[in-house]
Structure formats: C-alpha cells, structure tokens
Design a protein around this ligand. Structure first.
Ligand SMILES: [Zn+2]
Length: 207
C-alpha cells in the first residue's frame, strides 16, 4: 500500500479526522494565548513570536507526519548467527503531555530478541523519537514503541522501559521537581522468562 495512503488510514482510525487549520489561523491562536497570559502581542519582542511558536511546533510535533513502520520496514536477516538480545539503552527524548502540552523529558531503553529479523540500531531510536514528537502519556508511548517493534520484526520478545520527568508535575500542580515516572512493557520471552527480564534490567543498570 502507498505509504501516504497508509498513513492517512492509520491517522483516520487512530487519531480521527481533523481538519488542519491554516498557518495564519495557528499564529492567531498563539496571539490569543499571549493576550490570555497578560501580554501585549504588539510589543517589539513578541512581534514574531506567533510565527516562531508555530514553526517550533512543526518540529516538536513532527511525529504526526512520520510513520514508524517506514523506519522499521528495512530489516536484515544476516546476523552471522547472533541470537542474543539487541538492546539500546538511554535513548534520550523530549515529548509533551497530552493533558497540559508541557514537556516530558526522559530516556527510553528498548530491547528485542530477534527471530531472524533485525533493523539498523538507529531505527529503534528513530521510532522512539516519532512517538515522542506527538502529544503523549508515558503509558501510551511505552505501548506504542513496543507494538510497532512487535509488528515490524515479529521478535521473540520486546522490552521497553521509559523513565521521564513530567514538567506538568514539576512546574505546576503538585510541583514535585525531580520525580521520575517509570513505565515498562514486556512481551513474549521478556514477559514469560524471568531470566531474560533480569538480564535486560541489568543491561540498563537496574537490578
Ligand atoms: Zn500533564
């Protein structure tokens, strides 16, 4: 299936049909928010702020335009008999919480037990990035990373651990600066085999 069509189908089922506003409408919305916080959008320092915010949003939320399946579709079968886990730890990411649209800053640890198919290591980090660049809850992001690797590689197991600080808890609300939320997902052998799970936890520096 054509990648764009596939993306549209995926978006229409997962994200619903939303009509995209024009750039001018998005900039006007930022101007409204500036007035809402008590600012004067006409003062010199803020004149280009709506333009800059909209441009920054294109980068911060670029994940909606990207398809994780496309990153994972080029697989390799030649691994010279290697049959162990492939683990990428400490993948840094920035995301935004879907409740307040403030940053989630963290790192992801991802591992899979190949069943013949592997991908380039950077692709796993790329998948983390694609899901991070959407509005998120940490729980959903953990499941999304795990699901897309499972679907693309059909491995014997996938382990995903995400550790992150939610700025909506640090800067506002209960203001617990420095608290870290940890989420995890274990599938296949990582779920059923305690040894594999422990080995993964040790490899990411957790006992
Ligand atoms: Zn939040």
């Amino acid at each position: 299936m054509d990648a764009i069509v596939k993306n549209i189908l995926a978006n229409s089922t997962e994200l619903g049909e939303v009509e995209k506003p024009s750039r001018e409408e998005a900039e006007a919305a930022v101007e409204t928010l500036l007035r809402w916080i008590g600012e004067d959008p006409a003062r010199e320092g803020l004149l280009d702020t709506p333009k800059r915010v909209v441009k920054a949003y294109e980068e911060l939320y670029a994940g909606y335009e990207m398809d994780p399946d496309e990153e994972l579709c080029r697989t390799f079968e030649q691994v010279s008999g290697y049959s162990g886990a492939v683990t990428i730890r400490d993948i840094p990411f920035f995301s935004h919480c879907e409740h307040h649209m403030v940053p989630i800053i963290g790192k992801a640890h991802v591992s899979y037990l190949p069943d013949g198919k592997v991908v380039g290591l950077s692709k796993i980090a790329r998948v983390v990035d694609i899901f991070a660049k959407r509005l998120q809850t940490q729980e959903s992001m953990t499941a999304q990373v795990s699901n897309s690797i499972t679907e693309a590689l059909q491995p014997k197991g996938v382990a995903v651990v995400i550790e992150a600080e939610h700025m909506c808890m640090s800067m506002r609300g209960i203001k617990k600066h420095g608290s870290v939320t940890v989420t995890s997902s274990f599938t296949g052998e990582y779920e059923n085999n305690t040894d594999e799970q422990l080995k993964f936890m040790a490899s990411i520096g957790k006992s």
